[in-house]
Each structure stands twice: as structure tokens, then as C-alpha cells.
Design a protein around this ligand. Structure first.
Ligand code: ATP
Length: 432
């Protein structure tokens, strides 16, 4: 499917997953809004990550730090000096490009008349308070990680965790990307899911390998085909100066392999820098052994928009049902925005009270949709396009036999199940 991206982008717009931001004003520079289905999918991706990284582990705790931080943070982390992309201008059409993403010609007009590359800092600058002078400058965070490092001592003291242990955080980050694009793959405002795992210095390599495997498995556990994923290790030229090893989890997008997540062995770089700039001790003191050390850090850092797009691309399918073409999102049930659709066969008053009862029974357990418009066939198609795993139909027989028909999105099998057993039936299938 060469036009898969286009199909997914169209579906996302048509069904309310993703809208261009400020669309009634003509959109705004590669920013996007998540619609009724998109916000559910995005939350489900983030919840699945939180569940795997925090809930199901006793060695990782959560954090939610502010987006605005003391500007010294960005001096210490190196972002003020080095968080740059090389920028070139085309003298002919005035377009700007990332030098490392183009050859020696302007991709727009083909001109070779390009300026020398110069570093362009990707951080968004703003002013805090009523005076717009240099003392009031602050930055929107370009990653969530620094909020974790500066809270290292707070978390150690209050959680009583000791290395190896991690701190996880999700939230918005901002980068003034020179060339955003590929829909929600690269945007200027995006959501990250990052975890900093603090380990004794001699355990860095072993935990780096552990997290590479663990993070790759997270995507396959959520239904992404193994053949569309790979782990790509950076070679020495590509490594950041502080990194003792970095690997990217990459997904095979229709335009080629692209990064979903980076896993880096950041050594003791961040804590050492913040200790130096803040004057605070950022170490771990092991009372049992009397040992004091600066932990090394393994960081899996993922993007929500990128994985959302990858999950949508991987789930998109077209098949034929009873001689009619259908589009279906075969999303893992954990990610599916709506788990169950309750569909009365007709809008007749006789069916509505029972259908409403079924909806009320289920909605406290799962995200459900109630839909009584259009023909049942059209409603099934709508749910297939939204990736809803189960449709529950209430028909005229339901009034007599107190049973409903459950249709499975993928197998299309239809089961007749009594309303008494309905919840259990769905729980068995949706909680796995
Ligand atoms: P790239 O090389 O694609 O610019 P990066 O290596 O700079 O990405 P990191 O700094 O490692 O990215 O950030 C961790 C994760 O955050 C990335 O793997 C990606 O999923 C996400 N991310 C980074 N920048 C963006 C962006 N502009 N838009 C959407 N997601 C992003």
C-alpha cells in the first residue's frame, strides 16, 4: 500500500482522531489537535506505557514536573549551548532547511545557492512575568528528562528507593523544529514518555541491554508486528558526547525506518552537571556498604505522537465483508479508543430502554459508544474504522430471550450471549 500514509491521515481526520490545529484559520504550522477518538487512543498509549513502566514494577516511581524550569537547568544540561540543528537558507526561494536532511540543493526550488550551515537552537524562548528583559527569559522544556534529574534527591529521600531504580514521567515537550512533518511524526509541540533508570556505575551496560529488549517488547506486546520494528545501535560518530551507548527503536514507516524511541546510557553526565551547577550533592549513599557514588543513568525516551502514528499504520487494514469493502483498524484492544459499541437494531422505542440498560451496565467498566443512527451495517463499518473490538446488538428477540449478539471486529464471529453473562464475557476478552 504505497499510499498508506495518506489513507491513515484521511481516516484520522474523517473519524476524529487528529485535526490540523486552528483549522478554521487555515491551520498552524504543523500543529495538530487530537479529536474524540484521538484523545482516547493517545491516553491508551500513555496508560499502557505507565502501566508497564510504573504500575507493574516496584522499582520505578512516577513524577510530573513543570514545563517551565529555572534557566540554569538548560545551562547545566548543555541545551543552551548545544541543543541545535544546522540550518541553511536557500538564497533563491528563501526557504530554510536542516543541513543534515538535504543534499547540496534546495528541495523546494532545486537551487544550489545555499548559505553556510549555522547552529539554530531548538528551544522555545519566552518571558516570565510582566517585563520582557533578559532576566525574565525562560524556555519551554525540550525534553521531560531534566525535570527528573533535578528531582533526583527529592525522590530518593521521599520514596526510599535505591539504585537500581527509575523515575518515569510523561508530558509535553517543545522543540522549534526547522522542518516538522510527516503528520504527527515530527511536530514542534509533542508528548514524551521518558524514564531515567539510576544504577550503580558498574551496572550501566547490563541495564542498557535490558532496557533495549524490554522497550522493544512493549511495542510487540501491543500488537505491532515484529518485522516492522528494529533496534538500531548508534555507531561512535553518532553518539552524543556523554553517551556510552545509544540504540533507537525504529518502525518501518511507509517512507522508511524512523525513530520511535531512543534508549541511551547517559552515564553520570546529567547528575554530575546538575551537582556542579546547583552546588547540591546528587549522589547515592548506601548506608549498608557505606558507599557513596553518582549513579549512572539508562534512559528510554519515547514519543507519543510517533508511536500513535505507528500503531495506526500497523493497524490499518482493508478487507471485504459480504462482498463489500471495509476499512478496519486492527488495534490491540488495550489501545482501541472505544472497547464496546452498544447498537440497538432499530430506533424503535421498544428497544431503547433495554439498549440503554446494557450501555449503563457496561460504561462503568469500559469506554463504550452508544449508536442508534443509520443501518446496522453502516454502524458496524463505523466501529470497524474506529477500531472498536466488540459490537453488542440489541434486537427484538432480546426482549424475549434477554440475550444480545456480540460481533468480533477481527473474526466477524457473532456470539449470542445472555445479558447476565455479558459483562463477564467482555471482561474475559478485554482484560487480557
Ligand atoms: P529525531 O532525531 O527524530 O529529531 P531525537 O533523537 O532528537 O529525534 P530524542 O531527543 O531522543 O529524539 O527524543 C526522544 C523521543 O521523543 C523520540 O524518539 C521521539 O519519539 C520523540 N520526539 C523527539 N522530537 C520529536 C518531535 N519533534 N515530534 C514528535 N516526537 C518527537
Amino acid at each position: 500500500m504505497p499510499d498508506l500514509t495518506e489513507k491513515v491521515v484521511n481516516l484520522a481526520k474523517r473519524r476524529g482522531f487528529v485535526f490540523p490545529s486552528s483549522e478554521i484559520y487555515g491551520g498552524f504550522r504543523s500543529t495538530y489537535d487530537y479529536g474524540p477518538l484521538g484523545v482516547l487512543l493517545k491516553r491508551n498509549v500513555m496508560d499502557a506505557w505507565w502501566r508497564a513502566m510504573v504500575q507493574e514494577r516496584d522499582d520505578i516511581v512516577g513524577l510530573d514536573a513543570a514545563i517551565l524550569m529555572a534557566p540554569r537547568v538548560w545551562e547545566a544540561s548543555g541545551h543552551l549551548a548545544t541543543f541545535t540543528d544546522p540550518l541553511v537558507d536557500c538564497r533563491n526561494c528563501k526557504e530554510r532547511w536542516r543541513a543534515d536532511q538535504i543534499g547540496d540543493a534546495c528541495p523546494k526550488c532545486g537551487s544550489h545557492d545555499l548559505t553556510e550551515a549555522r547552529p539554530f537552537n531548538l528551544m522555545f524562548k519566552t518571558h516570565v512575568g510582566p517585563v520582557e528583559d533578559d532576566a525574565a527569559v525562560a524556555y519551554l522544556r525540550p525534553e521531560t528528562a531534566q525535570g527528573i534529574f533535578v528531582n533526583f534527591a527529592n525522590v530518593v529521600q521521599t520514596s526510599r528507593k535505591k539504585p537500581p531504580f527509575g523515575i518515569a514521567q510523561q508530558g509535553k515537550s517543545f522543540r522549534n523544529e526547522i522542518t516538522p512533518g510527516n503528520f504527527i511524526f515530527r511536530t514542534r509541540e509533542f508528548e514524551q514518555m521518558e524514564m531515567e533508570f539510576f544504577v550503580p556505575p558498574d551496572q550501566g551496560q547490563q541495564w542498557f541491554e535490558y532496557w533495549c529488549e524490554e522497550r522493544l517488547r512493549w511495542y510487540t506486546d501491543l500488537g505491532m508486528p515484529a518485522e516492522s520494528l528494529r533496534l538500531r545501535h548508534h555507531d561512535t560518530e553518532e553518539l552524543s558526547h556523554y553517551s556510552a551507548g545509544t540504540a533507537d527503536v525504529e518502525f518501518l514507516y511507509p517512507w522508511g525506518w524512523g525513530e520511535l524511541e531512543g534508549i541511551a546510557n547517559r552515564t553520570d553526565y546529567d547528575l554530575t552537571q546538575h551537582a556542579k551547577f546547583s552546588g547540591e550533592r546528587l549522589e547515592y549513599f548506601d548506608q549498608a556498604s557505606g558507599e557513596r557514588y553518582v549513579p549512572h543513568v539508562i534512559e528510554p525516551a519515547a514519543g507519543v505522537g510517533r508511536s500513535m502514528m505507528a500503531f495506526l499504520l500497523a493497524a490499518y487494514d482493508e478487507d471485504e465483508v459480504a462482498g463489500e469493502a471495509r476499512t478496519v483498524l486492527r488495534l490491540h484492544h488495550r489501545l482501541a479508543p472505544t472497547k464496546v459499541a452498544v447498537l440497538p437494531l432499530s430506533r424503535k422505542d421498544t428497544l431503547t430502554p433495554t439498549a440503554r440498560e446494557v450501555y449503563d451496565l457496561l460504561k462503568v467498566h469500559f469506554m463504550c459508544d452508544y449508536d442508534e443512527t443509520q443501518s446496522i451495517g453502516r454502524r458496524y463499518r463505523r466501529q470497524d474504522e474506529a477500531g472498536t473490538p466488540y459490537c453488542v446488538t440489541i434486537d427484538f428477540e432480546t426482549l424475549d430471550d434477554k440475550a444480545v449478539t456480540i460481533r468480533d471486529r477481527d473474526t466477524l464471529a457473532q456470539d449470542r450471549v445472555s445479558v447476565d453473562r455479558l459483562l463477564e464475557y467482555l471482561q474475559e476478552r478485554l482484560s487480557a
